[in-house]
Design a binder for this molecule. Structure first.
Ligand SMILES: O=C(O)CCC(=O)C(=O)O
Length: 281
Protein backbone atom coordinates (compact mmCIF):
# COMPACT_ATOMS: atom_id res chain seq x y z
CA UNK A 1 0.00 0.00 0.00
CA UNK A 2 2.71 2.65 0.82
CA UNK A 3 4.20 2.18 -2.65
CA UNK A 4 0.76 2.50 -4.22
CA UNK A 5 0.08 5.66 -2.19
CA UNK A 6 3.32 7.30 -3.32
CA UNK A 7 2.44 6.60 -6.94
CA UNK A 8 -1.11 7.85 -6.47
CA UNK A 9 0.14 11.14 -5.03
CA UNK A 10 2.50 11.60 -7.95
CA UNK A 11 -0.23 10.81 -10.48
CA UNK A 12 -2.69 13.12 -8.70
CA UNK A 13 -0.18 15.98 -9.03
CA UNK A 14 0.70 15.23 -12.65
CA UNK A 15 -2.61 14.10 -14.13
CA UNK A 16 -5.19 15.55 -11.73
CA UNK A 17 -6.55 12.17 -10.67
CA UNK A 18 -5.44 8.83 -9.22
CA UNK A 19 -6.79 5.52 -7.97
CA UNK A 20 -5.71 3.62 -4.86
CA UNK A 21 -6.82 0.01 -5.18
CA UNK A 22 -8.23 -1.91 -2.22
CA UNK A 23 -8.17 1.04 0.19
CA UNK A 24 -11.11 -0.40 2.14
CA UNK A 25 -11.57 -4.16 2.69
CA UNK A 26 -14.60 -6.07 1.34
CA UNK A 27 -16.15 -6.51 4.81
CA UNK A 28 -15.85 -2.75 5.44
CA UNK A 29 -17.47 -2.01 2.09
CA UNK A 30 -20.33 -4.36 2.96
CA UNK A 31 -20.97 -2.34 6.14
CA UNK A 32 -20.77 0.97 4.26
CA UNK A 33 -23.16 -0.43 1.63
CA UNK A 34 -25.64 -1.24 4.41
CA UNK A 35 -25.30 2.36 5.65
CA UNK A 36 -26.08 3.58 2.11
CA UNK A 37 -29.22 1.45 2.08
CA UNK A 38 -30.32 2.89 5.45
CA UNK A 39 -29.74 6.43 4.18
CA UNK A 40 -31.69 5.71 0.99
CA UNK A 41 -34.65 4.49 3.08
CA UNK A 42 -34.55 7.61 5.26
CA UNK A 43 -34.42 9.80 2.15
CA UNK A 44 -37.32 7.99 0.48
CA UNK A 45 -39.43 8.29 3.64
CA UNK A 46 -39.57 12.07 3.10
CA UNK A 47 -42.12 13.58 0.72
CA UNK A 48 -39.62 16.18 -0.54
CA UNK A 49 -35.99 17.18 -0.06
CA UNK A 50 -35.34 17.50 3.65
CA UNK A 51 -32.70 19.32 5.67
CA UNK A 52 -31.54 19.30 9.29
CA UNK A 53 -28.52 21.57 9.65
CA UNK A 54 -25.87 20.42 7.19
CA UNK A 55 -27.55 17.00 6.78
CA UNK A 56 -29.52 17.19 3.54
CA UNK A 57 -31.51 14.54 1.65
CA UNK A 58 -31.81 15.85 -1.89
CA UNK A 59 -34.69 14.11 -3.62
CA UNK A 60 -35.50 14.27 -7.30
CA UNK A 61 -38.26 13.37 -9.67
CA UNK A 62 -36.56 11.15 -12.24
CA UNK A 63 -38.02 11.00 -15.75
CA UNK A 64 -37.73 7.20 -15.75
CA UNK A 65 -38.01 6.16 -12.10
CA UNK A 66 -40.15 8.76 -10.32
CA UNK A 67 -38.98 9.74 -6.83
CA UNK A 68 -35.27 9.09 -6.19
CA UNK A 69 -32.70 10.18 -3.61
CA UNK A 70 -30.29 12.16 -5.77
CA UNK A 71 -27.73 12.43 -2.99
CA UNK A 72 -27.31 12.82 0.75
CA UNK A 73 -25.07 15.61 1.98
CA UNK A 74 -23.41 15.17 5.38
CA UNK A 75 -24.84 11.74 6.27
CA UNK A 76 -21.97 11.57 8.78
CA UNK A 77 -24.08 13.57 11.28
CA UNK A 78 -26.66 10.80 11.15
CA UNK A 79 -24.62 7.61 10.81
CA UNK A 80 -21.72 6.73 13.11
CA UNK A 81 -20.07 4.36 10.63
CA UNK A 82 -20.04 6.94 7.85
CA UNK A 83 -18.72 9.45 10.40
CA UNK A 84 -15.79 7.15 11.27
CA UNK A 85 -14.99 6.46 7.64
CA UNK A 86 -14.62 10.16 6.80
CA UNK A 87 -11.85 10.51 9.46
CA UNK A 88 -10.34 7.03 9.18
CA UNK A 89 -6.58 7.30 9.99
CA UNK A 90 -5.77 5.52 6.70
CA UNK A 91 -6.59 8.74 4.85
CA UNK A 92 -3.61 10.49 6.41
CA UNK A 93 -0.70 8.95 4.46
CA UNK A 94 -2.59 9.89 1.30
CA UNK A 95 -3.73 13.37 2.30
CA UNK A 96 -0.87 14.62 4.47
CA UNK A 97 1.71 14.92 1.65
CA UNK A 98 -0.87 16.90 -0.34
CA UNK A 99 -2.53 19.18 2.23
CA UNK A 100 -0.77 18.59 5.58
CA UNK A 101 -2.13 17.06 8.79
CA UNK A 102 -4.61 19.77 9.74
CA UNK A 103 -7.51 18.96 7.47
CA UNK A 104 -11.06 20.19 7.13
CA UNK A 105 -13.78 18.60 5.13
CA UNK A 106 -16.11 20.49 2.87
CA UNK A 107 -17.87 17.56 1.15
CA UNK A 108 -19.39 14.46 2.76
CA UNK A 109 -21.78 12.98 0.29
CA UNK A 110 -23.51 9.76 -0.82
CA UNK A 111 -24.26 9.32 -4.52
CA UNK A 112 -26.52 6.69 -6.05
CA UNK A 113 -26.98 5.82 -9.68
CA UNK A 114 -30.02 3.58 -9.79
CA UNK A 115 -30.45 1.65 -13.05
CA UNK A 116 -31.73 3.97 -15.77
CA UNK A 117 -31.90 7.14 -13.64
CA UNK A 118 -31.54 10.28 -15.75
CA UNK A 119 -31.51 12.49 -12.64
CA UNK A 120 -28.22 10.90 -11.54
CA UNK A 121 -26.12 11.91 -14.56
CA UNK A 122 -23.41 14.53 -14.09
CA UNK A 123 -22.53 16.67 -17.12
CA UNK A 124 -18.82 17.48 -17.51
CA UNK A 125 -17.78 20.00 -14.86
CA UNK A 126 -15.01 21.10 -12.54
CA UNK A 127 -15.71 20.96 -8.80
CA UNK A 128 -14.23 24.43 -8.42
CA UNK A 129 -17.62 25.76 -9.59
CA UNK A 130 -19.19 24.55 -6.35
CA UNK A 131 -16.47 25.75 -4.00
CA UNK A 132 -18.43 28.72 -2.63
CA UNK A 133 -18.08 31.29 -1.34
CA UNK A 134 -14.83 31.58 -3.27
CA UNK A 135 -13.53 34.09 -0.73
CA UNK A 136 -13.49 31.27 1.87
CA UNK A 137 -10.76 29.41 -0.07
CA UNK A 138 -7.10 30.22 -0.55
CA UNK A 139 -4.63 28.40 -2.86
CA UNK A 140 -7.43 26.34 -4.39
CA UNK A 141 -5.29 24.47 -6.96
CA UNK A 142 -3.18 22.99 -4.15
CA UNK A 143 -5.33 22.96 -1.04
CA UNK A 144 -8.10 20.58 -2.01
CA UNK A 145 -8.44 16.81 -2.59
CA UNK A 146 -11.72 15.20 -3.60
CA UNK A 147 -12.03 11.48 -2.86
CA UNK A 148 -14.59 8.85 -3.82
CA UNK A 149 -14.93 5.35 -2.36
CA UNK A 150 -16.43 2.80 -4.75
CA UNK A 151 -19.11 0.79 -2.97
CA UNK A 152 -20.19 -1.08 -6.10
CA UNK A 153 -17.97 -1.85 -9.07
CA UNK A 154 -17.76 1.24 -11.28
CA UNK A 155 -17.71 0.44 -14.98
CA UNK A 156 -18.45 2.42 -18.11
CA UNK A 157 -21.80 0.59 -18.33
CA UNK A 158 -23.03 1.71 -14.91
CA UNK A 159 -21.89 5.31 -15.15
CA UNK A 160 -18.30 5.25 -13.89
CA UNK A 161 -16.80 8.71 -13.66
CA UNK A 162 -15.20 9.96 -16.88
CA UNK A 163 -12.11 12.16 -16.49
CA UNK A 164 -10.00 14.31 -18.76
CA UNK A 165 -6.42 13.59 -17.56
CA UNK A 166 -4.25 16.67 -17.11
CA UNK A 167 -7.23 19.04 -17.31
CA UNK A 168 -6.49 20.34 -13.80
CA UNK A 169 -3.68 22.32 -15.43
CA UNK A 170 -6.19 24.32 -17.50
CA UNK A 171 -7.39 26.24 -14.44
CA UNK A 172 -11.02 27.32 -14.31
CA UNK A 173 -12.41 26.49 -17.76
CA UNK A 174 -15.66 27.50 -19.46
CA UNK A 175 -17.47 24.23 -20.21
CA UNK A 176 -20.61 26.02 -21.36
CA UNK A 177 -22.63 24.55 -18.52
CA UNK A 178 -25.50 26.46 -17.00
CA UNK A 179 -26.98 25.26 -13.73
CA UNK A 180 -25.83 22.30 -11.66
CA UNK A 181 -24.08 19.43 -13.45
CA UNK A 182 -26.18 16.88 -11.56
CA UNK A 183 -29.23 15.91 -13.62
CA UNK A 184 -27.71 17.14 -16.91
CA UNK A 185 -26.70 14.74 -19.65
CA UNK A 186 -23.07 13.66 -19.98
CA UNK A 187 -22.13 14.29 -23.64
CA UNK A 188 -18.83 14.34 -25.53
CA UNK A 189 -20.26 17.21 -27.61
CA UNK A 190 -20.03 19.42 -24.55
CA UNK A 191 -16.25 19.00 -24.60
CA UNK A 192 -15.94 19.47 -28.36
CA UNK A 193 -17.97 22.69 -28.15
CA UNK A 194 -15.61 23.87 -25.40
CA UNK A 195 -12.55 23.23 -27.62
CA UNK A 196 -11.47 20.04 -25.82
CA UNK A 197 -10.76 16.59 -27.26
CA UNK A 198 -13.23 13.95 -26.00
CA UNK A 199 -11.02 11.12 -27.32
CA UNK A 200 -8.66 11.87 -24.38
CA UNK A 201 -11.36 11.06 -21.81
CA UNK A 202 -10.90 7.94 -19.68
CA UNK A 203 -13.41 5.88 -17.70
CA UNK A 204 -12.45 5.68 -14.04
CA UNK A 205 -13.19 2.00 -13.54
CA UNK A 206 -13.11 0.98 -9.89
CA UNK A 207 -13.73 -2.14 -7.84
CA UNK A 208 -15.53 -1.97 -4.50
CA UNK A 209 -13.10 -0.59 -1.90
CA UNK A 210 -11.00 1.34 -4.42
CA UNK A 211 -10.59 5.07 -3.82
CA UNK A 212 -10.41 7.67 -6.58
CA UNK A 213 -8.90 11.13 -6.03
CA UNK A 214 -9.38 14.14 -8.24
CA UNK A 215 -8.38 17.78 -8.28
CA UNK A 216 -10.83 20.66 -7.92
CA UNK A 217 -10.00 21.72 -11.54
CA UNK A 218 -10.11 18.23 -13.11
CA UNK A 219 -12.81 18.03 -15.79
CA UNK A 220 -15.10 15.08 -15.10
CA UNK A 221 -18.65 13.81 -15.20
CA UNK A 222 -20.56 10.54 -15.18
CA UNK A 223 -23.30 9.11 -17.36
CA UNK A 224 -26.29 6.87 -17.02
CA UNK A 225 -26.32 3.49 -15.34
CA UNK A 226 -27.40 1.05 -18.07
CA UNK A 227 -27.00 -2.08 -15.91
CA UNK A 228 -29.49 -3.76 -13.56
CA UNK A 229 -27.62 -2.99 -10.31
CA UNK A 230 -27.06 0.21 -8.32
CA UNK A 231 -23.85 2.25 -8.46
CA UNK A 232 -22.98 3.81 -5.10
CA UNK A 233 -20.12 6.24 -4.39
CA UNK A 234 -19.09 7.78 -1.03
CA UNK A 235 -17.47 11.18 -1.62
CA UNK A 236 -15.35 13.07 0.91
CA UNK A 237 -13.66 16.34 -0.03
CA UNK A 238 -10.68 17.42 2.08
CA UNK A 239 -9.00 20.80 2.32
CA UNK A 240 -5.93 22.20 4.04
CA UNK A 241 -7.50 23.76 7.17
CA UNK A 242 -5.35 26.90 7.00
CA UNK A 243 -6.58 27.55 3.45
CA UNK A 244 -10.30 27.33 4.10
CA UNK A 245 -12.66 29.28 6.34
CA UNK A 246 -15.47 26.72 6.00
CA UNK A 247 -15.82 23.03 6.78
CA UNK A 248 -15.71 20.43 9.52
CA UNK A 249 -12.36 19.23 10.80
CA UNK A 250 -11.53 15.65 9.82
CA UNK A 251 -8.00 15.73 11.28
CA UNK A 252 -6.35 18.15 13.69
CA UNK A 253 -2.55 17.98 13.87
CA UNK A 254 -2.73 14.52 12.31
CA UNK A 255 -5.37 13.20 14.72
CA UNK A 256 -8.87 12.13 13.61
CA UNK A 257 -11.49 14.63 14.76
CA UNK A 258 -15.05 13.55 15.47
CA UNK A 259 -17.99 15.68 14.35
CA UNK A 260 -19.59 17.85 17.02
CA UNK A 261 -22.20 20.58 16.71
CA UNK A 262 -22.42 21.54 13.02
CA UNK A 263 -20.31 24.42 11.74
CA UNK A 264 -20.77 26.50 8.59
CA UNK A 265 -20.03 24.52 5.43
CA UNK A 266 -22.41 25.29 2.51
CA UNK A 267 -25.74 25.85 4.23
CA UNK A 268 -25.75 29.61 4.75
CA UNK A 269 -28.82 29.56 7.06
CA UNK A 270 -27.28 27.05 9.48
CA UNK A 271 -27.56 29.41 12.44
CA UNK A 272 -30.80 31.16 11.40
CA UNK A 273 -32.71 27.97 10.55
CA UNK A 274 -31.05 24.98 12.25
CA UNK A 275 -34.26 22.98 12.75
CA UNK A 276 -35.40 20.13 10.44
CA UNK A 277 -37.47 21.31 7.46
CA UNK A 278 -38.54 20.38 3.96
CA UNK A 279 -36.85 22.14 1.06
CA UNK A 280 -39.28 22.55 -1.82
CA UNK A 281 -37.68 22.80 -5.28
O1 LIG B 1 -21.02 10.23 -8.57
C1 LIG B 1 -20.50 10.54 -9.63
O2 LIG B 1 -20.30 9.78 -10.55
C2 LIG B 1 -20.09 11.94 -9.96
C3 LIG B 1 -19.27 12.58 -8.96
C4 LIG B 1 -18.99 13.98 -9.38
O3 LIG B 1 -18.91 14.30 -10.54
C5 LIG B 1 -18.79 14.98 -8.37
O4 LIG B 1 -19.01 14.68 -7.19
O5 LIG B 1 -18.38 16.09 -8.72
Amino acid sequence: MPHQIGEAIEQFREEGYAIVRGFFAPEEIARIAAAFDRQWSIGMSHRASWRHGNLFYRLGDDANLGKVVKMVQWPAYEDTLLERVRRDPRWLPLLKPLVGGDIKQIINQLHWKPPGAAAAEFAFHQDVKSRRPRSAYRNLPDCYVQTGIAIDAHRAANGAMRILPGSHKLGEYDLGLSGHSLGQKLADDQLTAAGLDPSKIIDLELDPGDVALWNVFTIHGSGRNTTQGDRRFYINGYVRAADCDRGEHAFRHGEPTQLGAPVLVHYEDLHRRPEPHFVED
